[in-house]
Design a protein around this ligand. Structure first.
Ligand SMILES: Nc1ncnc2c1ncn2[C@@H]1O[C@H](COP(=O)(O)OP(=O)(O)OP(=O)(O)O)[C@@H](O)[C@H]1O
Length: 459
């Protein structure tokens, strides 16, 4: 089952890519085999079973279920009572569940319905604003009854606060919670704090681990309302986190929503941008029009170049495929442009989104059937000797690869094309280097200083 393909003319490409052969690539669809312990993706057997269960719920590749029925189909839904019981029992809990199993959208609602928050707020952190806003919007829609974001469910991201006195379920970026902690280090507004996507190990989340742990202890010592802490991810190192939180309990939610078929390249190749374009056109030629595509690249320039190539090539007479809408997604874009990727594409039109790792975790973009993973990411690195901060393009970790895969298979079965070989994947780091080990710590040190968490600081 090998497919060889090439696409035509590639005018205007970067890096001297004027050779048609550069667009040739062989992709071998290979079912992936994984043993599973720490929240890594499921075995093919289980994926198949889930596929069977869910097949009848798809219409032209899109779910035909009501939003409430979609909730009920999530793997997490029938574990609700057990989860509520565990959350009630433990002051700190780690929850692991496969991507798309329903952790982020459902657990805050379970806590709210069971009144575990005791009229305080439930705060759920996200590493990125796009995720915080889109999830708050989804949860408000799930609660329904004409619920608007900013009422019971709200969000707070830099320069934008969409909450009110009524807000009990508040999604916020980890940076915003850190900022709130500078004004109230015991975080008294919240009775439950969920630190989501813990595997990302952003500086803000790492610092928050310490802040919430301390706030919990001080509140306990002073007989103040208790603070419950929940740490969540699909791909984290449970033992490590459990040890940090005094050997707290961890629970694993089995099952994913829809199966994702994995495809690895047979041979390594050295131009991932060209490979992304070639893979996209293979899909574009063969897949039904309502099957949308998400491509992971590293940064703005690369993404815009790739978007322009796709737009240009799609207009060529010898390129087959339905009408196309090309979107880009990266941090420097205005908010409205970022959120436009969530708009459904017109009937019989394919949507392709080319994104940085903004779309890597937490985000559900309805209609995405295919993920193309370049295997690369741009990261901020700090050189202590020169004092310079640089953006460096490097290979992703296995954790990140699984998160990218998890952007497909959320509202129907999906495919993930990894533009690296299986052995290259196996050579990748298992986990991502925590940002705190590679970034400039000046800002965060000052924040901690203002919190009184650093007693002497020789900067
Ligand atoms: N905006 C949305 N539109 C359509 N479906 C959505 C949306 N948000 C969530 N869903 C559905 O809810 C499911 C659960 O999403 P949720 O974000 O809770 O999963 P998760 O377990 O937190 O995943 P991850 O670990 O990838 O963040 C998705 O797989 C999808 O089926």
């Amino acid at each position: 089952m090998e497919t060889k393909y090439n696409i035509g003319n590639n005018n205007g490409q970067r890096n001297g890519m004027h050779n048609k052969n550069k667009f040739q690539m062989r992709i071998k669809p290979t079912p992936i085999l994984f043993g599973h312990k720490n929240g890594l993706p499921p075995s093919p057997k289980r994926m198949k079973m889930n596929g069977k269960e869910n097949k009848g719920n798809i219409l032209n590749g899109k779910p035909k279920l009501s939003i409430q029925d979609q909730r009920k189909k999530l793997p997490i839904f029938d574990k609700r009572n057990k989860l509520v019981e565990l959350i009630q029992k433990h002051k700190t809990l780690i929850i692991l569940g496969e991507t798309g199993s329903g952790k982020t959208t459902q657990i805050p609602q379970f806590i709210y319905s069971a009144q575990i928050h005791q009229n305080g707020k439930i705060g759920i952190t996200q590493p990125r604003r796009v995720a915080a806003i889109s999830i708050a919007t989804r949860v408000a829609a799930e609660i329904g009854q004409g619920m608007q974001v900013g009422e019971l469910v709200g969000y707070s991201v830099r320069f934008h606060d969409e909450t009110s006195k009524k807000t009990k379920i508040k999604f916020l970026t980890d940076g915003m919670l850190l900022r709130e902690a500078m004004f109230d280090r015991l975080l008294m507004e919240y009775n439950v704090i969920i630190l989501d996507e813990a595997h990302e190990r952003t500086i803000h989340t790492d610092v928050l681990f310490g802040i919430v742990k301390k706030a919990q202890k001080v509140r306990e010592d002073r007989n103040l309302p208790p603070l419950k802490i929940i740490i969540m991810s699909a791909t984290m190192d449970v033992d490590h986190f459990s040890k940090y939180f005094n050997n707290c309990q961890a629970v694993y939610i089995e099952g994913r929503t829809y199966p994702v078929t994995m495809h690895y390249t047979i041979k390594p190749h050295d131009d991932y941008e060209a490979a992304c374009v070639a893979t996209f056109f293979k899909i574009h030629k063969e897949a039904p029009p309502d099957h949308d595509v998400l491509i992971f690249l590293t940064g703005q320039e690369e993404i815009e170049t790739c978007a322009n190539r796709i737009r240009t090539l799609s207009k060529q007479p010898d390129v087959m495929g339905p009408p196309l809408k090309v979107f880009t997604l990266y941090a420097a874009q205005p908010h409205s442009q970022q959120m436009s990727v969530f708009q459904p594409s017109p009937v019989n039109t394919r949507k392709v989104i080319i994104s940085t790792n903004i779309a890597e975790t937490s985000v559900t973009i309805s209609g995405i059937k295919y993920v193309i993973d370049s295997g690369m990411v741009k990261v901020r690195t700090y050189h202590p000797t020169t004092g310079l901060e640089m953006l460096k393009v490097q290979k992703i970790s296995q954790e990140q690869a699984w998160q990218r895969t998890g952007r497909a298979g959320r509202d129907s079965e999906g495919h993930c094309y990894r533009l690296y070989t299986r052995s290259q994947f196996e050579l990748m780091r298992k986990t991502t280097v925590p940002e705190i080990q590679r970034a400039n710590l000046c800002t965060v040190s000052l924040q901690l200083l203002s919190l009184g968490n650093i007693e002497r600081c020789n900067i």
